[in-house]
Design a binder for this molecule. Structure first.
Ligand code: AKB
Length: 315
């Protein structure tokens, strides 16, 4: 049985991944860590420790204390926040990652950290973006993600650490709201549709980005971590996606459930520029071939589920 430490456990992915991992591997075998504490199941329903990922010793001590063999490193700033605070992003995203990799090296842990579609840039082919292609991002977040992919490759090649990672698209979930991302509009729109019947999109009409529903993202992390290592050629940076849409298309889908829903646009130039530098849609063939990546949800089934679950949550 795995013994797993998760950093950034109260963030958008961690809030659901910890619960899922506890279901699969047993509550006592999944240690959630974050820089803060909240009244939530992640904190109250199993082992939880406060850890600042820029504190290498603290991360090492907690991983050792629980005798963990797996480290899932999620703590990071997302794209829009990183663009507003580039130096903080460099220090947290890169400093945290190198500390986590050092712990994995010293304590011989299997390692996972997410990359992103943000690892691509304006000179990357925009449609059906290949697995192996040009990566010259123009955002601090993208610079962190490319450097992170390379650093994880380095720790594998140089020290034999079993590092694995996914280039996630925008993740959509009804559990924990995202914070500071460019794709967050595709989460906010569901909340606003249910609460106010309208939404003002900060992303312009016609801007396509890849997205995935959180249950598929959680499956993908576990499937990749369980995959036969000998089959992984792209171990740290698999393109994964479930759908690609622009704001008008998600609005049309929501209207099928809430006929009076309306959307207008109030474009945020900073987040729009980030979105414009990312692919329209990426190719996930390598993930399918090397470890059997698959998804359950498309825009239609995700929208139905999101609205049902959020409706229950918001009453
Ligand atoms: C963001 O928008 O910053 C993230 C991502 C695509 O990495 N959701």
């Amino acid at each position: 049985m795995k013994k797993i430490v998760v950093t950034g456990a109260l963030g958008q992915i961690g809030s659901e991944l910890v619960t899922k991992l506890r279901d699969v591997y047993g509550t006592e075998n999944v240690v959630a860590t974050d820089i803060r504490k909240t009244e939530s199941d992640v904190v109250n329903a199993g082992p939880f420790e406060i850890v600042d990922v820029t504190d290498a010793k603290a991360m090492h001590d907690i991983t050792k204390k629980y005798d963990a063999d797996t480290l899932i490193h999620l703590a990071a700033l997302l794209s829009a926040t990183a663009e507003a605070k580039p130096l903080l992003a460099w220090n947290l995203n890169m400093g945290g990652l190198v500390n986590a990799l050092e712990v994995a090296r010293e304590l011989r842990c299997q390692f996972f950290t997410p990359s992103s579609i943000g690892a691509f840039g304006p000179s990357t082919p925009k449609d059906n973006t290949p697995q192996d292609t040009i990566q010259r991002p123009t955002t601090m977040y993208g610079v962190n993600k490319v450097a992170g992919e390379l650093l994880c490759d380095y720790y594998n090649q140089k020290f034999g650490v079993d590092t694995r990672g996914l280039r996630f698209p925008g993740l959509i979930s009804y559990v924990a709201p995202p914070g500071g991302g460019t794709t967050d509009y595709a989460v906010e729109i569901y909340y606003e549709a249910l609460k106010n019947g309208r939404y003002s999109s900060y992303i312009a009409a016609g801007t396509y980005m890849d997205m995935m529903y959180m249950p598929d993202a959680l499956h993908a992390i576990i499937d990749l971590m369980e995959a036969d290592e000998s089959k992984l050629k792209h171990r740290n940076a698999f393109n994964v996606t479930a759908m690609s849409f622009e704001p008008g298309e998600i609005a049309t889908e929501i209207k099928k459930h809430i006929p009076d829903f309306t959307m207008d646009y109030n474009v945020d130039p900073i987040r729009q520029a980030i979105a414009d530098s990312w692919p329209n849609s990426i190719d996930a063939t390598a993930a399918k071939e090397e470890w059997g990546f698959k998804v359950q949800y498309d825009l239609e089934s995700m929208t139905k589920d999101m609205l049902e679950k959020l409706n229950v949550k918001l009453v």
